[in-house]
Design a protein around this ligand. Structure first.
Ligand SMILES: [Zn+2]
Length: 245
């Protein structure tokens, strides 16, 4: 099937390095991830200007994992909108501390060097996130399957560790895949030879398992948190190469 990414009409706001995707749900929108702490006002403005959506229309915030570039202004957004969190149980610890755990490591030496320089200017922290009883904590695979349908989204959540131990992805009935950081496609990372892999990896084999899940479940277009959307055929090609090594 030929699938034109531009025709799809998907919605996203890019703040800093992070793409925050919007999915229509009952009475508003579900937002997948937020950007760094401090980027909230910028996000609100962009949302209004690009799509004429008011921040109050965001009813749910799904965090693909606990890292600072995905959870940064979550609290501010919750305070201002009352949006309910949808998070993996395994994200709780990292969210509570407000800092990425140490399990994910740079994928190669060049990335390690670049991140080393970046860390001189950037502290990888965010305001600790403590869920309330209104929030949705995904504790088992049954809930992952049901929760999106219950709020009017035709899709499912998958547990997809690999980039981090707590990673979850969203896959919609129409073949859209929101993998969080299990694959990346930003030019400024691609030049370091990552070939659609994330720059930080907890377990590369689990990443490939996640890619296999996206393929098996009928994924067509990948909407990564960093970089442009791309056809899943690229993951298939890369997977074949890595598995032949
Ligand atoms: Zn991450």
């Amino acid at each position: 099937m030929v699938f034109n990414i531009k025709e799809k009409g998907y919605k996203f706001i890019r703040v800093g390095f992070t793409n925050c995707y919007l999915l229509e749900c009952n009475n508003g929108y579900l937002l997948i991830d937020v950007g760094y702490t401090g980027a909230y006002q910028k996000f609100v403005k962009k949302l209004k200007k690009k799509y004429d959506i008011n921040i109050s229309e965001i009813k749910y915030l799904l965090l693909t994992h606990h890292h600072d570039d995905h959870s940064g202004f979550a609290n501010e957004l919750r305070r201002n909108t009352g949006a309910k969190l949808i998070i993996n149980e395994q994200s709780l610890e990292g969210l509570k501390i407000g800092k990425p755990d140490e399990e994910s490591k740079p994928i190669n030496r060049r990335i390690k060097f670049i991140v080393g320089i970046f860390s001189l200017f950037h502290k990888f922290i965010f305001p600790p996130i403590i869920p309330t009883e209104n929030d949705i904590i995904l504790t088992d695979s049954g809930l992952m399957t049901e929760v999106l349908r219950e709020i009017g989204i035709n899709g499912t959540i998958l547990y997809t560790p690999g980039h981090s131990q707590d990673g979850i992805s969203v896959i919609l009935q129409d073949g859209s895949v929101y993998p969080g950081d299990n694959t990346m496609n930003a030019w400024y990372f691609n030049i370091f030879g990552i070939k659609k892999r994330p720059i930080y990896v907890q377990d590369i084999n689990l990443i490939f398992k996640s890619w296999e899940k996206y393929i098996k479940l009928g994924g067509i277009i990948i909407y990564p948190s960093h970089g442009k959307a791309f056809n899943i055929s690229k993951l298939k090609t890369n997977l074949a190469q890595y598995q032949n090594k």
